[in-house]
Design a protein around this ligand. Structure first.
Ligand code: FAD
Length: 539
């Protein structure tokens, strides 16, 4: 029967496509149901300007790093267009004509750059790098670990808890102290223990606040920085941060093509309205248009507030679980702005519109940790868009010529913060003013920037929720705060990619190892279904 499958995947973001690829490869008759008219979710490339159909931007997410080699290899993503080029240095220019550049792999250049601001910090940097990567090397492999059911006294669960504890044995007493600090401290306090100069601290702050509804003074932000510093998830080294050729939509396209090559069916304009449950077990889904599709296994990769509070009757779920999902925090205040520019920024600190290495990495707007904190305070306490927003900017066209016609560049800006309740209204005029302020701030550093802007696209929290189902505008389907990590992601007892409904698995970014474009949640949902012997093969 054409509407009967072995596995149904809800959501055609990269996690859904990866999950479907593994099911289909295992021989399961699989279908992906995506609400929009295209797949990819937050890993997307688009042409936002009707007057310039040949201008393409990496719409939402913009850089790759955490995809494990096993996923790439097993799904043969390289064969389907997955191609990531490592990007250049972190770059921050200052209005006084100085600039700092930090390279992933050039300690000598880092020393020269940092010593302009502080000799002591220049000497400290290699020690900091070694310390951070030492902790990341021990914690990184936990990203591939299915979180154990902490607190459970079942023998199987106790053994699992011991296994996880054993994996962290490399830490030692000192290392456990370091991890405790990283999980509980603010990134500002942590950086103050190591460094003295504002530019260095500002630069390192960036990774601590990306996508968070928290400024660098908030406890827990040190972990966010660590999350972005992981280079190995125990599966071979991850690539360095880099640009996917063709923008992030090309990552999703590679995942889609891989799934299709194994026989998965992908349906767009297919919004799921209900997950069908009989006697505590899923039997399939109903689309909003009333069509029903049947399968013994359903994987949800949509935001948990959609999956568990909208698509399932509350009465089919344990009350504790419903309460946990209701309390799931999913704020963010992020605004993505994509610019088409006619020439590269000509920085006072590093003159020239010709392509130079500082154009090829992160082109930041974060003068100090206080700068970022003030930007957050504006939105959080004063309930207005930041006067001087924080920006993680990249110009992917410097290394990927496929997005724009020759001579035109895509300056992609991930910016923070606007008030979290801007998710309820578009706030178009205020967003335009917010973008104007960002243009002015960059123009102070590179005077040609303002006049180089051909087009701009502003995507606020309202758009992210309405377009993609990113509830609250949170880019990770839920905040990466310490109380929402590992065995708590998304709820205690249900962090193992299973759900209270038999046959229903959870592979969205709101599970452990998400968010980010890493595919781990979608893959793990498949693996759990396989462990439960739920993966039938009827193809
Ligand atoms: C602005 C922004 C910048 C980011 N930058 C980065 C970055 O640089 N690097 C990085 O690694 N990560 C980044 N992220 C995070 C990353 O993009 C996400 O964590 C990841 O793409 C989420 O993937 P997913 O498949 O879990 O979910 P999504 O990509 O959210 O996909 C879920 C899909 O489900 C669909 N859907 C929703 N409801 C239904 C329904 N009822 N029925 C059917 N389908 C439905 C949606 O349309 C969507 O396509 C960024 C995110 C954003 C928004």
């Amino acid at each position: 029967m054409s509407n009967v499958y072995d596995a149904i995947v809800i959501g055609g973001g990269h996690n859904g496509l990866i999950s479907a690829g593994f099911f289909a490869k295992a021989g399961a008759r699989t279908v992906v149901l995506e609400a929009r008219n295209k797949t990819g979710g937050a890993a997307d490339t688009s042409s936002p300007w009707p007057e310039h159909p040949d201008f393409k931007v990496t719409t939402y997410s913009y850089v790759m790093s955490l995809m494990p080699p096993t996923i790439i290899r097993e799904l043969q993503l390289d064969r389907h267009g997955y191609e990531v080029t490592p990007f250049g240095p972190y770059y921050q220019a200052y209005p006084d004509g100085r600039a700092i550049k930090l390279y992933a792999d050039d300690a000598k250049k880092n020393y020269e750059s940092i010593s302009q601001f502080s000799k002591k910090d220049a000497e400290t940097m290699p020690k900091w790098d070694a310390w951070l990567s030492g902790v990341a090397d021990v914690l990184g492999p936990l990203l591939l670990q299915v979180p154990p059911r902490l607190g459970s006294m079942r023998v199987r669960d106790l053994l699992e808890q011991l296994r996880v504890a054993w994996k962290t044995r490399g830490l030692g007493i000192r290392g456990v102290g370091d991890v405790t600090k990283l999980f509980t401290m603010s990134v500002s306090d942590l950086l103050n223990e190591w460094f003295e100069s504002d530019p260095v601290k500002g630069m390192l702050t960036v990774n601590g606040v990306i996508g968070t509804w928290a400024g660098p003074d908030s406890p827990g932000t040190a972990y966010v920085m660590l999350h972005h510093s992981i280079g190995d998830v125990g599966d071979g080294h991850l690539g360095s941060w880099g640009y996917q050729r063709g923008g992030m939509g090309a990552v999703s396209d590679a995942c889609r093509r891989a799934a299709e090559s194994f026989g998965a069916e992908i349906r767009t304009d297919a919004r799921v309205g209900k997950i069908l449950v009989r006697d505590g077990r899923t039997v399939g889904v109903a689309l909003e248009n009333g069509e029903e599709l049947r399968a013994p296994v359903v994987v949800t990769t949509v935001h948990p507030k959609i999956a568990f509070l909208k698509l399932i009757d509350e009465t089919d779920l344990p009350a504790d679980f419903v309460r946990d999902i209701r309390n799931w925090r999913t704020r963010s205040g992020v605004v993505k702005i994509n610019f088409a520019i006619s020439e590269l920024p000509d920085f006072i600190a590093d003159p020239g519109k010709n392509l130079q290495d500082h154009h090829t990495g992160s082109v930041e707007l974060c003068f100090s940790a206080d700068f970022a904190e003030k930007a957050f305070q504006d939105a959080h306490f004063l309930r207005k868009a930041s006067e001087r927003p924080f920006v993680d900017g990249v110009i992917p066209t410097t290394l990927d010529p496929t997005l724009m016609p020759e001579g035109v560049h895509n300056f992609s800006m991930f910016t923070q913060w606007v008030p979290d309740d801007w998710v309820d209204e578009p706030h178009r005029d205020e967003l335009e003013q917010y973008a104007d302020r960002i243009v002015d701030l960059y123009t102070e550093l590179a005077p040609n920037f303002k006049s180089s802007v051909i087009e701009r696209q502003i995507i606020g929290p309202y758009d992210m929720e309405q377009e993609l189902g990113l509830i609250g505008g949170n880019i990770f389907h839920g905040e990466l705060s310490v109380d929402q990590l590992f065995h708590m992601r998304p709820a205690p007892g249900y962090a193992d990619y299973r759900t209270p409904i038999h046959g229903l698995y959870h592979g969205s970014s709101a599970t452990h190892a998400g968010g980010g474009v890493c595919g781990i949640p979608g893959w793990q949902a498949f693996r759990q279904a396989k462990r439960d012997r739920s993966v039938a093969s009827t193809k």
